[in-house]
Design a protein around this ligand. Sequence first.
Ligand code: PEP
Ligand code: MG
Length: 841
Amino acid sequence: MDKVIVKSPLSGVIYPIEQVPDPVFSQKMVGDGISIDPVNNVLVAPFDGTVTQVHSACHAVTITHQTGLEVMMHIGIDTVALKGKGFTAHVKEGQEVKQGDELISIDMDLVATSAKSLLTQVILTNGELVADVVKANGLAEHAVTDLMTVTLKRDTGDGEKESGLEVLSEALVVPNPTGLHARPAAVLAALAKKFDARIELIKGEERVNAKSVVGIMKLNVAHLDKIQLRAIGPDSESAVAEILPQIAGGLGDEGTTPVSVPASTELSEDQTMVTGPKSGDPNLLLGVAAAPGIAVGKAVRVREEVFDFEEEADDAHHENVRLDNAIEEAKNYLEALQINLHKQSDGAKAAIFAAHREILDDPDLLDIARSLTAKGKSAEYAWQNAYTTLADQLAVLQNEILAGRANDLRDVGKRVLRILTGKEPEELQLPDVAILVAEELTPSFTATIDTTKVKGFCTTTGGATSHVAILARSLDIAAVAGIEAEALEIQDGTPLILNGGKGTLRINPSDELIRQTLEEQAAMQEQKEKDLAAAGEAAVTTDGKRMEVVANIGGVEEARESITLGGEGVGLLRSEFLFLKRTTAPTEDEQYEVYRDVLLALEGRPLIVRTLDVGGDKPLPYLPMPVEENPFLGQRGIRIGLERPEIFRVQARAILRAGAYGKIRIMFPMIATIQEFREARQMLEVEREKLGVAPIEVGIMVEVPSTAVMAEQFAKEVDFFSVGTNDLTQYCLAMDRGHPKLASKVDGMDPSVLRMIRQAAEGAHSQGKWIGVCGGLASDPDAVPILIGLGVDELSVSVPALPSIKAEVRNWSESDCRKLAEDGIHCVSSSEVRELVGNAR
Ligand code: PEP
Ligand code: MG
């Protein structure tokens, strides 16, 4: 049997791979191996071989031995996010290397301060070749220590069945912000290995074995790249059907919005079959629901604006002056637009253009442009180059919000380019009822859409959280993002039905379908108008039970909007949302000002501020958190406040001071024990006494089962409860709320969760306290009668849901709700509960 000695590529302390604080490695999803905490800064070749993969971020490299054994070396954890910063590769793919040759240099200071960990994994990625491995321990010396002695199997056949049905999937856009790096690649390979079929991942002309982590990484799949799967074998159909949605959902990668974004298929027509989230009907295209509503109209294609200009220029100074003037003109225009929108009380739009105005002050943008004019480029060329470079960089960031802003950057970039070139925006020829079809729409274009004619739009790019989607919702027109690229082939004038709630586009519908849809649309519109007209009225059941319906907000704008939609106050201000984009902690005064402004916007209505709730799925850039094995069960919610009292005390003081401007309450997140509550309340009390202000009501979130079960005891000490059903459901069912595979099962209507809510309500009421629900369940119309029946007093819902949830309350009698809830908790599943509600309507 062949043996391969893997020499240590680094010097340092050896750790078992099982101890690496990243499940992708510790659970050996990439393969078996060893981890090293490095003390030197050059990674060297572990044996003579060929460099078969160098990641574009230079943090990972694979060497293949002549026997076929592959060893991947992955420097640090989550270092892909550094996008190459701190690493210098000395080798290229395909290069032959000798044991001890330098592969990658590491800037230890930079990487150590920017990455989660420097632990470097040395992994045998094609474990199917390995019969046995003997691992070293203790200290390793680079190029000297025998890190692993690998005995290879004789038979290396992979058992794949190359015969059978061939299935080619549709093309998918990869949603992972940093592409298919080691983590998602490992998840994908592990999924693929479950099947007998040969499975390939295809990008453009290249295809690799989807069961090989290195193969996948070699493909260098970046954010928004289009990929396809090809499977041949007895289980090819189920392989593609199972794996494709996982890729669309981000393969469990952090920062990925798990939406399905089909893209055009670029393969030939003679493919055997197509599976995945395609409708199967050539006249029905699928996308992502971006703004609700149904639109019936004629197609109008909006094309990418093309600019004509010279690339070269003679006088750099002159070009800089031209650019400065154009930027200044664009700024003035945006400022005027913003003031105008504020006057029209359109805060959401005004905020978008305020952000555009700020983009124009970005020093990077100007630096790039000026460096090009200095090289003899025209102002137009330099500017276009600058904003597209930055937009492309933003688009791949791990921060979904910033990535979504790439479109804003292109938008504002084109505005300046139009001024420079003197090009007028092209006028669209619109029929009476139009549905726009585009690859991408800019926020400026969207904000100026003539809504008397345009009833909806669909784009092949984007998602539900983009500014364009937000604008569509504020314009009250239907929108679908990420629609299949076939949409771009639709001829102008083709009849269409766009369903913004379902994320579908029907091409050439029959007259009968158009008639039915128009009827449905009219009924929906009528209901919406009725709900909105009644939004200012109280939400009272038919037998007189009054429910308080308040809003969940993340900032001042939403507070204002909630009032116009009948919000009776704020049941949850997610204070962490106010500071998500910051890189430094907000000061007491900054926090105070925001809480004060929210209270002023609420005009006397009550406000519940939840103290900082980070950890688990909510990282804060300015608050680095230690890597934890179980973040949802670790330092999260109030535990952070108790461990770092200075953070808690600053926020408590800001909330107490803002109390002078209205009715403010404070609420602690993730309380699991009475001791936690007492400690937090004690700290609050100390600050209150120091400030000499009046006491405020102190409540807790009920989102941990222990608190629901002990509600009666808690109720003796707290002023109110608010049930966080998002977390309560995940902790009750032991299902990660963000897990791509479990998401559809984490349903707060599960009878076990309903029983906990009932127990919490009984506990609260036994001591004369009130209980609300601020988790997502409160915004779900089907859950409304159940929550009323369980004894809930307040529903805190997402802002747009305010009118419809109030209307839903008015549809029911409390006595019927009680019966329904009683039956609900005796059901065996959430779907049974939902059926029960459906039948009772
Ligand atoms: C919840 O857990 O239901 C809740 C409202 O808090 P968040 O979603 O912010 O964790
Ligand atoms: Mg929560």
